[in-house]
Design a protein around this ligand. Structure first.
Ligand code: SF4
Ligand code: SF4
Length: 164
């Protein structure tokens, strides 16, 4: 409740509507009901090895519960893709809205469990480089739906502004 009040105070009422009424959600509702009914055991918040470090989760989090932190050494995930940061989730700020998971490209584009989640949402693909070489598996409508949020300033954080 404390977190929801903070969201109201921050003027992000649109997000509360989404959180409370499940409007506009992308994450599969079966996954959500399994979590709410306690039929899954929470695992690590971030699957550090397969995460590609894109920062999408950090951008999408409405409560700034996710920070991107530098890795000691960059990791080449595949040709042309080097990971330099990974997300760290602060559970105390998390309101379980699942935007981080919804906007993780591994879920959003390929329909696989995202590599960040406030609770367990399924088995994370271990060899992400193979997955990234597959064609995107979602419809044009869903891409348009996600793109709409990627330009929605009430949802996405302006990381450059915040990091100044
Ligand atoms: S579920 Fe994810 S996006 Fe939502 S508040 Fe928690 S960390 Fe942020
Ligand atoms: S958890 Fe997903 S959205 Fe977040 S940095 Fe990793 S790959 Fe990107």
């Amino acid at each position: 409740m404390k977190d929801l009040i903070r969201i109201f105070l921050e003027g992000i009422i649109k997000n509360v509507n989404r959180i409370l009424f499940a409007s506009d959600r992308v994450t599969d509702m079966d996954i959500r009901s399994r979590i709410m009914e306690g039929r899954v055991t929470p695992t690590n918040k971030v699957a550090e090895v397969p995460c590609i470090g894109c920062g999408g989760c950090c951008n999408a989090c409405p409560t700034e519960a996710i920070d991107m932190v530098d890795l000691d050494e960059p990791v080449e995930m595949m040709k042309g893709l080097v990971k330099t940061q990974i997300p760290v989730l602060n559970s105390e700020k998390c309101v379980n809205c699942y935007y981080c998971h919804d906007f993780c490209p591994l879920y959003a584009l390929f329909g696989k469990a995202g590599t960040i989640h406030p609770n367990d949402v399924g088995e994370v693909v271990s060899d992400i480089s193979l997955l990234l070489e597959e064609p995107v598996k979602i419809s044009d409508d869903k891409i348009a739906f996600i793109a709409q949020y990627l330009s929605d300033s009430t949802v996405l954080k302006k990381r450059k502004t915040r990091d100044r």
